[in-house]
Design a protein around this ligand. Structure first.
Ligand SMILES: *Cc1c(COP(=O)(O)O)cnc(C)c1O
Length: 421
């Protein structure tokens, strides 16, 4: 099928939820993707942080082939050999005790919220003030289902679907006074992304995270960290919270966990897990043998890549800082490891840069209007970074993006002109 006929069919047959780039991808290998016309693209987005080992990784392919020929699904009514082994590996790298496996990020987050509620209910046996409120952060993103939406602090995702789950308060990002002000004995959990992803790659401050830990610990509430985007090696440690020296009660992971197959997980402590009982939570597909076997392979490969992620990430950051010194339109470069953002002055300009890079056969994306987001596969090398930096340098110099920057000024001028007429 050609790109044009796929577009025509999708327009008639799918819910209109996506505004896709007009490219039909057919295959990938390593850091590259090829479209239906045989054009090669450098992938600096990795399917929004999912293809962390790049495309068609030999070890992942071998595991997939072997396991697909043995057993794909049994449901959670029976045992298979991989859930416990994967849970063991995740426990070793996270410092948490137990896991629950599901199919996506939002599903992990929903489960984490349920766990917080049931933990609070189980602890409250002597009639204290009921503890069920949740504190989340402004500008956060936790997924598209109702519980996740209810804790997502961005109006554009929430507003079309109100009313949402009640009992959620939003704290200003990294504002310790606001956190102190809003926290009380009725709060069962503080939940946040260690580094906000959709919100523009914004790391939580150490002071804020430490305060969240202190408040929850001293009130028998839980600290829940969403590491769906920033976890599993993205920041050059297994988990982003490991940069902060804080141990959370619950962590959610997903995106890269099974190298492209849908798999998410909740990780938690023995103390919290004790409040769950058979029948309270579950899933048909979650934690199947195929996805779990692949995830075990992913973690094996990740172990060899952590140092590399730190090194190539630092190189990338340094190159972006060099660009920042050169181009006044770059407001800030931030992030950790290979989760990096470059914030520009205007959203039109950021949009223009993404489309210029696409014409240069490089995939990145824009988030939070003005932020260029880089989530490359962990296997990139300095030469790939150099290619992206050269493309950005020329895009930021080009007339097209300059024009985009001028536009608001021109509009303003026109408006004034009209008004004065
Ligand atoms: C992507 C993402 C989610 C949602 O994951 P899905 O698999 O799309 O449901 C939740 N939280 C964060 C931080 C994410 O980046």
């Amino acid at each position: 099928m050609s790109l044009a006929s796929v577009i025509r069919s999708e327009e008639m047959l799918l819910l209109p939820t996506y505004d896709r780039h007009k490219i039909l991808f057919e295959k990938g290998r390593g850091v590259y993707l090829w479209d239906s016309r045989g054009t090669r693209y450098l992938d600096f987005l990795s399917g929004i942080g999912v293809n962390a080992l790049g495309h068609a990784h030999p070890a992942i392919q071998a595991t997939l082939k072997r396991q697909a020929g043995r057993l794909i699904h049994v449901s959670n009514l029976f045992f298979h050999e991989y859930q416990a082994e994967l849970a063991k590996r995740l426990s070793v790298i996270s410092g948490l005790d137990r896991a629950f496996f599901c199919n996506s990020g939002t599903e992990a987050w929903e489960g984490a919220l349920k766990l917080a509620r049931i933990y609070a209910r189980t602890r409250n046996t002597n009639g204290h003030k009921p503890k069920w409120r949740i504190l989340a952060l402004d500008n956060s993103f936790h997924g598209r289902t109702f519980g996740s939406l209810a804790t997502t602090g961005q109006a554009k995702y929430r507003d079309p679907f109100v009313p949402l789950m009640p009992g959620v308060g939003f704290v200003r990002f990294n504002d310790v006074d606001d956190l102190k002000h809003q926290f009380d004995a009725g709060v069962c959990a503080i939940c946040l992304e260690t580094i906000q992803g959709e919100g523009g790659i914004c790391p939580v401050s150490p002071e804020f995270l430490q305060l969240a830990r202190k408040l929850t610990e001293s009130n028998d509430a839980l600290l829940i960290l969403d590491e769906i985007q920033c976890g599993l090696g993205r920041t050059a440690r297994y988990f982003a919270y490991q940069h902060y020296g804080v141990r959370p009660d619950i962590v959610t992971i997903a995106k890269p966990l099974a190298a492209g197959l849908p798999l998410g997980a909740i990780l938690t402590t023995n103390r919290v897990a004790a409040s769950m009982h058979p029948g309270m939570h579950g899933t048909t597909f979650g934690g199947g043998p195929l996805a779990c076997a692949v995830a075990i392979e992913f973690l094996r490969e990740l172990n060899k890549l952590l140092d590399h992620i730190g090194e190539v990430g630092a190189y990338f950051r340094a190159q972006l800082e060099w660009l920042k010194a050169k181009h006044r339109c770059i407001r800030e470069v931030r992030g950790m490891g290979l989760m990096i953002a470059m914030e520009l002055d205007s959203s039109d300009q950021a949009k223009a840069v993404v489309s210029i890079l696409l014409k240069k056969r490089i995939l990145i994306n824009r988030t939070h209007e003005t932020v260029l987001r880089f989530l490359p596969p962990y296997i990139i090398q300095e030469k790939h970074v150099d290619e992206v930096i050269r493309a950005l340098d020329s895009a930021l110099t080009s007339d097209a993006t300059k024009q985009q920057r001028m536009l608001p000024a021109i509009h303003a001028h026109k408006r004034k002109h009209k008004e004065s007429q």
